[in-house]
Design a protein around this ligand. Structure first.
Ligand code: LRH
Ligand code: MN
Ligand code: MN
Length: 394
């Protein structure tokens, strides 16, 4: 991101909040769980269409979540253009296409990095099919996360696996349309425990740099070691114009997939401050803000609404930072003063501000209460019998 896009001074919070866009994951609406148990909930979607309908419901009450990401093949349908039309009729669109090359027996030793060329071919073919789907849905972004890695020293050649990864990415990149992008997601560990083929932002960045302008890095907030300074990564990637987007969620221990802003709202604020400071909040910046969460024990639609609200509140606080005062304190070497500017914004109760922005948008100021009153939750329980598994943690 060009630094000239980062205008000095306080940004106008109301317009920025109304124009914010947060993408919902289809898999947040289905049943999910841990390695130990999937707790089935009543009324969960049985089809991708029903997941889209639930996402559209979240948008109806929040006004800032007009797209839903698909995960392929969890969201397999015979006609993706029809699904896109179905979404449009409900006031939302199909967003990011997430490729899934981690749930097939063939991938036991990896997918695009597997030592077996036939497995690599199968994996790349899936990635290319995902681009076909993007063509049908009108999606811009192909999100790639690879479960690839090794469990034991010596199991495979670390460097050869990087070569195979580069080859697969290159073939996929060359298939993209002009308006399409690869978003490459990294993850510290899991399911591989010794080496992971894309373990960190540096590895993802290096591959994206080789690929070209339409390859960018995705920061999943749950994919770091404890104590990692994620806002630093955000600042560095934005400066290099290589931040493609976020997968937002919260973690206490590992890849917990809890509601964004639940575990550490201060961290979310610090991240959103770097976003605002880097001029990356507006949808035109090309930075995608997505949720990547599963709701194993809490009701799913209200949890998505709550997550959207958490992002809005962190964003509002970030927008309230007095950037002129901050810059002056920084220039003067006023350590305490600079820190106080940031903390003043963080400690502001922004809920009335965000509620009034919602009212201006013609929405109920309290989306959770409005959803509860709507009867949608009761209706889907009555109508949907035998919901499907989200696929994650199954
Ligand atoms: C991997 C991940 C990735 C997947 C999603 C379901 O942990 O974050 O984004 O696609 O979870
Ligand atoms: Mn993710
Ligand atoms: Mn994850």
């Amino acid at each position: 991101m060009d630094d000239s896009t980062a205008s000095p001074g306080t940004s106008e919070p109301r317009g920025a909040l109304a124009g914010q866009r947060i993408e919902l994951p289809s898999w947040a609406f289905g049943n999910s769980g841990t390695r130990f148990k999937v707790f089935a909930q009543r009324g969960v979607p049985r089809t991708p269409h029903e997941k889209v309908a639930d996402a559209a419901t979240v948008h109806r009450f929040t006004g800032v979540a007009p797209s839903v990401a698909l995960h392929i093949p969890w969201d397999r349908v015979s006609d993706y253009a029809e699904l896109a039309k179905f979404a449009a009729d409900l006031g939302v669109s199909i967003g990011t296409i997430n490729a899934n090359v981690f749930q097939d027996d063939a991938y036991v030793l990896g997918s695009v990095c597997s030592p077996d060329p036939a497995v690599r071919r199968k994996a790349v073919d899936h990635l290319l099919q995902c681009v076909d789907i993007m063509d049908a849905t009108g999606s811009r972004d192909l999100k790639l996360w690879f479960a690839d890695g090794t469990n034991y020293p010596g199991q495979d050649d670390i460097r050869a696996r990087q070569d195979r990864l580069a080859e697969a990415l290159d073939e996929t990149y060359r298939r993209l349309g002009d308006h399409q992008r690869i978003l490459l997601e990294y993850k510290l560990f899991e399911p591989a425990f010794y080496t992971t083929d894309v373990p960190d932002w540096g590895t993802a960045y290096a591959h994206c740099l080789t690929l070209g302008d339409r390859a960018q890095v995705v920061v999943d907030t749950g994919h770091h070691a404890p104590g990692t300074n994620i806002e630093f990564i955000v600042a560095v990637l934005l400066r290099a114009d290589k931040l493609g987007g976020f997968d937002f969620n919260s973690r206490f221990y590992a890849d917990d997939d809890l509601m964004v802003g639940a575990a550490d709202p201060f961290q979310l604020f610090r991240i959103m401050f770097e976003v605002v400071r880097g001029g990356a909040l507006a949808p035109e910046s090309g930075v995608a803000f997505m949720l990547d969460q599963c709701h194993n024990i809490e009701p799913k639609i209200p949890a998505q609404i709550r997550s959207v609200m958490n992002v809005q509140e962190a964003t509002a606080k970030a927008l309230l930072v007095d950037r002129d005062a901050l810059a002056a304190a920084q220039r003067a070497g006023d350590v305490l003063g600079a820190n106080a500017v940031l903390m003043d914004a963080y400690n502001t109760d922004v809920r009335p501000l965000v509620a009034s922005v919602r009212e201006d948008m013609g929405l109920d100021p309290d989306p959770i209460a409005a959803y509860a009153r709507s009867g949608y939750g009761e209706r889907i329980v009555a109508e949907r019998v035998g919901g499907e598994q989200a696929g994650w943690g199954a």
